[in-house]
Design a protein around this ligand. Structure first.
Ligand SMILES: O=C(COP(=O)(O)O)NO
Ligand SMILES: [Ca+2]
Ligand code: NA
Ligand SMILES: [Zn+2]
Length: 311
């Protein structure tokens, strides 16, 4: 069933487990994710960036947003697991408005590159707007290094827990993404992974709302090696160790944003199938292996976040 993200996350926050938010851009990833979630009898959050909406709508935000709402709702109504649709890293008010209008479960307003007061102001506006339509809201404090969708954030700016308390009280935001040292993409750390668990613990104590971990892909060696075996060049790829993510969940993370892991799994399957089946030209066949690897990553993540069986 199609539900509000807040419903999924409040339950997770009360019981100290987490639900993955998987990014999609097309139908193949959606089908693979939902197969995995249904098999694991788990709640799941489907999320799309503004770029994904632009891609599916061929440049028109409302067309793209409607495509994802209708497609996800269509599947959700035929599955007895809770499924929410979330706008990831909303920055452009036209896209946020389109997502609210089309019927997304929730939207992220990412104004974390602005100064604190500006981020607070913008977030407060979006919360008023979204809540008027029954849509829940995620916001971000601090910055992740690496390319944050379309904003190049140079270095990690870690969240200030005291600021987080004020921010949540003043904006009424439903869930918060505190930057604690992760970054987006496949090349997260030069050396060892370093997350600021103490800081995360404080944010949870001071805000008491569901929290979101961005840049949470683990970059599974198995699929990096398989993709490289069939010609990919992902040298130096490094993600967040699973035990670090488990620690974050213990400390109050409830939504775990996962995009890169699915991309690498799909890539490995696609390359493998194409290079081993040079006569194949049916996309339903040459996408299949990639979809199966995506489903495998989805099921593993639902297990280790303890979302499995929580539908
Ligand atoms: O934070 C993410 C995904 O991060 P990854 O690149 O680690 O999958 N989306 O908002
Ligand atoms: Ca940001
Ligand atoms: Na998000
Ligand atoms: Zn993110």
């Amino acid at each position: 069933m199609y539900v509000n993200t807040k419903e999924i996350l409040e339950k997770a926050s009360k019981n100290y487990y987490a639900v993955p938010a998987f990014n999609i851009n097309n139908l193949e990833f959606l089908i693979a994710i939902l197969q995995g979630a249904a098999e694991k009898k788990a709640p799941v959050i489907i999320e799309t960036s503004e770029g994904a909406i632009k891609y599916a709508g061929n440049g028109d935000p409302l067309r793209g947003a409607k495509f994802f709402v209708e497609t996800v709702k269509n599947y959700a109504e035929t599955l007895d697991i809770p499924i929410a649709l979330h706008l990831d890293h909303g920055k452009n008010l036209e896209y946020i408005a389109a997502a609210i209008k089309a019927g997304y479960s929730s939207v992220m307003i990412d104004a974390s590159h602005e100064v604190f007061e500006k981020n607070l102001e913008i977030t407060k506006e979006v919360v008023k707007w979204a809540h008027a339509s029954g849509v829940s809201v995620e916001a971000e404090l601090g910055q992740l290094a690496g390319i944050e969708d379309n904003v190049m954030a140079e270095e990690n700016v870690l969240v200030d827990p005291e600021q987080a308390k004020i921010f949540v009280e003043k904006t009424g935001v439903d869930f918060l993404a505190p930057a604690i040292g992760t970054s987006h993409g496949a090349f997260k750390f030069k050396g060892e992974a370093k997350l600021d668990f103490e800081r995360l613990k404080k944010v949870k104590e001071l805000t008491k709302i569901p929290l979101v971990l961005h840049g949470a892909s683990s970059v599974p060696k198995k699929f990096v090696e398989l993709a490289e075996k069939y010609g990919a060049n992902l040298g130096g790829a490094k993600g967040v160790p699973q035990e670090d993510i488990k620690e974050c969940v213990k400390l109050g993370i409830n939504k775990v944003n996962t995009d890169t892991d699915l991309r690498i799994a799909f890539l490995a399957g696609l390359r493998k199938h194409l290079l081993e089946n040079e006569k194949e030209f049916d996309p339903r066949k040459y996408f299949k292996q990639g979809m199966e690897f995506v489903k495998e990553v989805v099921m593993e993540r639902l297990e280790f976040l303890n979302a499995a069986g929580k539908a």
